[in-house]
Ligand binder design. Structure first.
Ligand SMILES: Cc1cc2nc3c(=O)[nH]c(=O)nc-3n(C[C@H](O)[C@H](O)[C@H](O)COP(=O)(O)OP(=O)(O)OC[C@H]3O[C@@H](n4cnc5c(N)ncnc54)[C@H](O)[C@@H]3O)c2cc1C
Length: 425
């Protein structure tokens, strides 16, 4: 029996798994092939709802999808701590101890981590939104602020991309001056204009988002780079400092090199080079997709954007190609050319680019939540989210408190994984 091991159950890993499972049904039934997915977390984290979690419209648990029901016996919860590419084996640390996991094909879909190596003081003094445990800590802290009106405070959001804009807008909506709060929200962006990935083609929606933040009272610091986070301030590269009671990093990615994989070809950022079929360049049985992959764009040849949509599409293509390789068929090229980009803004508004058309306001928000719900790994978890969010929209448009009882999403356990919480710092 041949075994395919997928490292990571994020967007890329889950899509690769499901594409393989649907194309290898017969071989799986005959036990000619086995699929294993290893993830350190017991759930998939959907980052698309970060703004809604920060405003308090959704709880953290509702953005998590438990993996066991999706993956069944294919799921191994554990931390991959080393690889032996010659011996085709991974070392996996599980709660029961360390085990060796042999593979015939290896799929690397390990994603990225926050830029702990590039922003000094981030692990000690900063706050992050990528890892579920970090998000839980942040939400708990914000809930404390809700209860006891905090003294005047400065929150610094680092990152002028979609995630940073969404984070700043959500915090301003919840605590900002326009809400009668005492919190100054600052947004620090290394580029001269916010949302550089939307420019110049989609200046209209990028400018709309910039104006919305300014209307919300967010103080924008453009062309500034945070180099160090301290207890009460952040240090900027040009020597200036900003007072900060909480610095949240929603920008930048780092890539950890798994011990034993040093020989794989990487770009300067640390992403592994994939060929057009999503195999690691020069390797027959190692595949890579998602944030950790430098995949050539089918039109420009430049690296594809690193976001959830591209990770899913790469996972789909990779999964189909592994299935083709196992059946002795020729591989297909990754041919996805993009769909759009979106960010949520305060008050059930947003900006959306879809098939190069630009949308703002409520329509943009509705397009965004429909697409995001569609792309959640489980419909069972997506429907309650849609219901809650449309409830908030109804409350906002009716100008009155939403009277209906929100439908609760089935609870997802967020267990701190004992001894597996070895962070990618
Ligand atoms: C705050 C925020 C908001 C975002 N909003 C959007 C958005 O609105 N739209 C969008 O398209 N994108 C968004 N993104 C980007 C998107 O989340 C990423 O591009 C996407 O997660 C990449 O998917 P992936 O499968 O490559 O990695 P991930 O989804 O990060 O999955 C990687 C998986 O690998 C596991 N893993 C890693 N190393 C190991 C190991 N050694 N052992 C075991 N398991 C391991 C991790 O636990 C994780 O499960 C956002 C990101 C953030 C941080």
């Amino acid at each position: 029996m041949r075994r395919v091991v997928i490292l990571g159950a994020g967007y890329a890993g889950l899509h690769a798994f499901s594409a393989m499972r649907s194309r290898l049904r017969l071989m799986l039934a005959r036990k000619e092939v086995e699929l294993i997915v290893v993830s350190r977390d017991p759930h998939h984290t959907y980052h698309g709802w970060t703004g809604e979690v920060l405003t308090g419209d959704l709880d953290v648990g509702s953005t998590l999808t438990p993996l066991a029901p999706i993956l069944g016996e294919s799921f191994v919860q554990g931390d991959v701590v080393a690889a032996d590419l010659g011996g085709q084996t991974l070392t996996v640390r599980t709660e029961a101890g360390e085990r060796q996991l042999a593979y015939d094909h290896l799929v690397i879909a390990a994603g990225s981590s926050d830029p702990f190596d590039r922003i000094g003081g981030l692990s000690e003094h900063g706050w992050c939104v990528k890892d579920t445990r970090d998000m839980q800590k942040l939400v708990a802290e914000l809930e404390n602020w809700n209860g006891a009106a905090p003294d005047p405070r400065n929150v610094v959001v680092v990152g002028g991309g979609l995630a940073g804009v969404e984070t700043a807008s959500a915090l301003a909506a919840r605590f900002g001056k326009n809400q009668g709060g005492k919190i100054n929200v600052h947004l620090v962006s290394s580029s001269d204009k916010l949302l550089p990935t939307l420019r110049p083609d989609f200046n209209h929606i990028a400018d709309t988002a910039t104006r919305t933040l300014a209307d919300q009272g967010v103080q924008l610091h453009r062309g500034a780079k945070v180099t160090q986070i301290m207890d009460d301030h952040v240090q900027l590269a040009d020597g200036r400092t900003l007072s900060s009671d909480m610095a949240i990093v929603a920008a930048g990615m780092s890539f950890r090199t798994l011990p034993g994989t040093e020989a794989l070809p990487r770009n300067a950022a640390g992403q592994i080079f994939a060929d057009k079929s999503l195999r690691v360049s020069g390797r027959n049985n190692i595949w890579v997709a998602g944030d950790i992959a430098a995949v050539p764009h089918p039109v420009t040849g430049e690296p594809c954007p690193a976001n959830a949509l591209w990770a899913m599409k790469q996972g789909d293509c990779l999964g189909r190609n592994v299935a083709r390789a196992l059946k002795g068929q020729s591989l297909k090229r990754f041919n996805f050319k993009g769909l759009g980009q979106a960010a949520g803004l305060a008050g059930q508004r947003g900006i959306t680019e879809l098939w190069r058309l630009q949308f703002t306001g409520r329509l943009a928000w509705m397009i965004r939540i429909l697409f995001f719900a569609w792309y959640m790994p489980s419909r069972r978890r997506a429907l309650p989210i849609l219901s809650q969010l449309t409830g908030h929209l109804w409350a906002a448009t009716a100008g009155a408190a939403f009277q209906g009882k929100p439908i609760e999403a089935p609870a997802a356990e967020v267990t701190p994984v004992a001894d597996l919480s070895q962070r990618l710092r």
